[in-house]
Design a protein around this ligand. Structure first.
Ligand code: ATP
Ligand code: MG
Length: 442
């Protein structure tokens, strides 16, 4: 800054560089190609299961999450980006997850009046956590939710859908953990036994666990504190408190998974982060991403719709973390989708630009991906430098719009990859005839 002040006495002060918010990432090429590819795979798969897309606001009333997720949860206690609308004083929150907003929308628009719905969403979520690999403050979820159906078949369908998604994305090393949280009355009985057990071992409970002991003891089972693992492992199992109906539901889910060859293990300590779950809960976990290994979690939430003011109606869903899934794909060494254009246009003189760009437009309408050489504003640059750019672009062919060829109604096509250097001329009047020969095989 002082340099620029010294150099000229007009007071142009170099602006200080601005940086993005910690834990919130820019998704740039070539990485963004992987995101687009993943989203495309998801859309295609959702269509095959007849799930329909919803696009919901990123900002919701704070009360929705406090009521929906539960006050004694990581998210509501410490992770929400909440603020007051300066103009009208409304309490608002950047959505930390997608289910509450989706349920709010379904209730508000009375979407269940004509029967159940299968829906999905994709988009950014916000949680004020300590940023680390696989844990960001703005991250992205894809969620699938089925509302209005109470049967085990939709729990199983959602798991089959996620399992299929791992297949189309080529994910290896993903395992499924399953549990049942039963119904509120069953949890009540378990809760008393759990509190008694935890009180017996109060010396190893951390501050958070002590705080939750009487408000939300079940959540203590979800602790990541290694010092508490043994007390948590020896805790009474919720599964042992389930009544007949809950067990039948759980068994029905398992039977469908068994019949479809989906492997799972029962994890009696799997409780999930939000209060709204009941009956089936599940997580897909990988060991390849260290401690941020849960790539997808979900379960049944039959009481949430009523809790946000709707007519009581059962529901079940899951959400996956896009960053973690993409990390896993990268970890497996999967190549990035090829971003190279089919052709790179080399234009020795500015005078030929109008014709060159006309030809590129024609090629593009025939499906060719064409990158135009762009100059500095003072001419197009030397042929040598243009060829260097063409090579750098990864294009399979260079189109050379030389004056002599153009005068004959022709353009030179030069191979930059296979058969490097091979050269031919094509007619500008018949672009449709040769456009296809430029396209990379898909
Ligand atoms: P964790 O136990 O890792 O904090 P969670 O139980 O809070 O996860 P959910 O609320 O169930 O996570 O969200 C579903 C998925 O979203 C997670 O399994 C994970 O893949 C992803 N996810 C959650 N929080 C983050 C985050 N801060 N950054 C990136 N991905 C996240
Ligand atoms: Mg969390």
């Amino acid at each position: 800054m002082s340099e620029s002040l010294k150099e000229n006495n007009t007071k142009i002060v170099k602006a200080q560089k601005l940086v993005g918010v910690k834990g919130m990432n820019d998704i740039l090429p070539p990485d963004s190609a992987r995101w687009e590819w993943l989203e495309g795979q998801v859309r295609a798969l959702m269509a095959r299961y007849a799930y329909r897309n919803v696009r919901l606001p990123i900002v919701e009333p704070t009360a929705l999450f406090v009521r929906g997720l539960g006050e004694v949860t990581d998210i509501v206690e410490k992770e929400m980006y909440s603020f007051e609308d300066r103009l009208n004083g409304e309490q608002l929150t950047l959505r930390p997850e997608g289910t509450a907003g989706l349920v709010r929308s379904v209730v508000e628009h009375n979407l269940l009046y004509e029967g159940g719905k299968r829906l999905y969403y994709m988009g950014p979520m916000f949680r004020h956590e300590r940023p680390q690999r696989g844990r960001y403050r703005q991250f992205h979820q894809i969620g699938a939710e089925v509302l209005g159906f109470g049967g085990a078949e939709v729990d199983a369908e959602l798991i089959l859908l996620a399992n299929d998604l791992w297949k189309v994305l080529g994910l290896k090393d993903v395992r499924l953990e399953l549990n049942s949280l039963g119904q509120p009355a069953e949890r009540q009985a378990h809760r008393a036994a759990l509190i008694a057990h935890l009180e017996k071992h109060s010396d190893v409970l951390d501050e958070e666990a002590k705080r939750r002991l009487h408000s939300n003891p079940l959540r203590i089972l979800d602790t990541k504190n290694p010092a508490m693992q043994s007390v948590v492992e020896s805790a009474p199992r919720l599964l042992d408190f389930l009544g007949e109906a809950s067990l039948a539901h759980f068994n029905a889910v398992k039977a469908i998974l068994d019949a479809n060859g989906v492997a799972y293990s029962i994890n009696p300590r799997l409780v999930r982060g939000m209060d709204y779950y009941n009956l089936t809960v599940f997580e897909f976990i990988t060991t390849s991403l260290g401690s941020q290994g849960t790539i997808c979690g979900g379960g049944r939430y039959d009481y949430l719709i009523e809790q946000v003011g709707g007519k009581p109606s059962p529901a079940v869903g899951w959400a996956l973390g896009v960053e973690r899934v993409l990390e896993l794909i990268k970890e497996q060494g999967e190549a990035l989708p090829d971003l190279a254009p089919d052709v790179y246009a080399i234009v020795p003189e500015t005078a030929t630009l109008p014709v060159a760009m006309q030809v590129l437009q024609a090629l593009r309408t025939h499906g060719v991906s064409a990158q135009m050489h762009a100059g500095s504003g003072e001419g197009m640059g030397s042929m040598k430098s243009q060829f260097k750019k063409a090579d750098g672009s990864g294009a399979r062919f260079a189109l050379i719009f030389g004056g002599d060829e153009l005068a004959k109604g022709q353009v030179t096509v030069k191979s930059l990859r296979d058969g490097l250097g091979a050269q031919r001329t094509e007619s500008l009047a018949h672009v449709a005839d040769w456009a296809q020969s430029l396209q990379s095989p898909h």
